[in-house]
Write a protein that binds this ligand. Structure first.
Ligand code: ADE
Ligand code: ZN
Length: 332
């Protein structure tokens, strides 16, 4: 089997995707028009030209601006449904999607509007596309601890629709320790926990996410490589890292894909996975990420299969479902 065929054939779980980051310009224009909201672009081409980032913040500014056109439940449904259609094309059979409620509630959109639209799309994806999913609610780390507590309180009535709590947005200057107390409260309420750490921030932020936030997975974590003791810990605990290669390239975390450390981390026995992060902004969905690293790093078939196996092991699905998908990967 050719490697492209293998990538397409492998069942995969996506564990690091921001639903607001799947907002394709075509859909953004359509929703802006129906909601009669002005956007600062005249054409799709002009939007794509603006997607030229030099670091995380330069991306976030544009990403938050794009999300402003989402107002109604149907908007959130359409956004998630368009992403599920991409999953179907890439054989992503399970996805755990982040959403950023504060991006919406801070402009007067009700929490309920967001969660109802997303949940309805998740239900339809299971029924119509046989794709399973979970929602992960993220706190925006550039906002205050108090705002995170308030967001957690708003999520409690929807506890059954949210599997985990995460932490995203501007990493530098907003260390995990800022959210230690609210993460403890989320754990008490029964949520699983994840956090972005070690994307632009130092290895110390990964230690904090592990020791203070007590996360079940690290999102990104690529800068862990700078600290051998941390790598040892991540390996010993098989703590998953949800790595996003095209994102790292577009946000200049790496200068070239050939320099990406995903293969080195995999070879050292860490539980690394491949993910798209914000695919509408970074130039590719799941399979595009697999193809980019395969071409740049000469990944073997065994490595590709291990990455797919890791994605299920690192997911929040049942042990029985993990075993089912891993058996299928091993039979390919
Ligand atoms: N929000 C959306 N994408 C993000 C990323 N790559 N890092 C931090 N916050 C984000
Ligand atoms: Zn992310």
């Amino acid at each position: 089997m050719q490697q492209l065929e293998l990538i397409r054939a492998l069942p995969k779980a996506e564990l690091h995707v921001h639903i607001e980051g799947t907002f394709e310009p075509e859909l953004m224009f359509a929703i802006a028009q129906r909601n009669q909201i002005e956007i600062p672009y005249k054409s799709i081409d002009e939007v794509k030209q603006a997607y030229n980032f030099h670091n995380l913040q330069s991306f976030l500014d544009i990403y938050y601006a794009g999300a402003q056109v989402l107002i109604h439940e149907q908007d959130f449904y359409d956004l998630a449904w368009a992403y599920f259609e991409k999953c179907a094309l890439d054989r992503v059979v399970h996805t755990e999607m982040f959403f950023d409620p504060q991006t919406h509630t801070d402009r007067g959109v009700a929490f309920e509007t967001v969660i109802n639209g997303l949940t309805r799309a998740c239900d339809d994806a299971k029924q119509q596309l046989n794709i399973s999913s979970h929602l992960i609610m993220c706190f925006l780390r550039h906002l205050s601890e108090a705002a995170a507590f308030d967001t957690l309180a708003q999520a409690l009535p929807y506890k059954d629709q949210i599997i985990a709590i995460g932490l995203d947005s501007s990493e530098l200057g907003h260390p995990p320790e800022k959210f230690e107390r609210v993460f403890a409260k989320a754990a008490e309420a029964g949520f699983l926990l994840v956090a972005h750490a070690g994307e632009e921030g130092p290895a110390d932020y990964v230690w904090q996410a592990l020791d203070l936030l007590k996360v079940n997975r690290i999102d990104h974590g690529v800068r862990s490589e700078e600290d051998p003791a941390l790598l040892q810990r991540l390996k010993a605990e098989q703590m998953p890292l949800t790595v996003c290669p095209l994102s790292n390239l577009k946000l200049c975390v790496v200068d070239q894909m050939q320099q990406h450390n995903i293969q080195r981390l995999l070879q050292q026995g860490l539980c690394v996975t491949v993910n798209s992060d914000d695919p509408a902004y970074f130039g590719g969905y799941m399979n595009d990420n697999f193809i980019a690293i395969t071409e740049a790093l000469d990944l073997t078939d065994t490595a590709l299969k291990q990455l797919a196996i890791n994605s299920f092991n690192a997911s929040f699905i049942s042990t029985a479902d993990k075993q089912k998908w891993i058996a299928e990967i091993e039979s390919i």
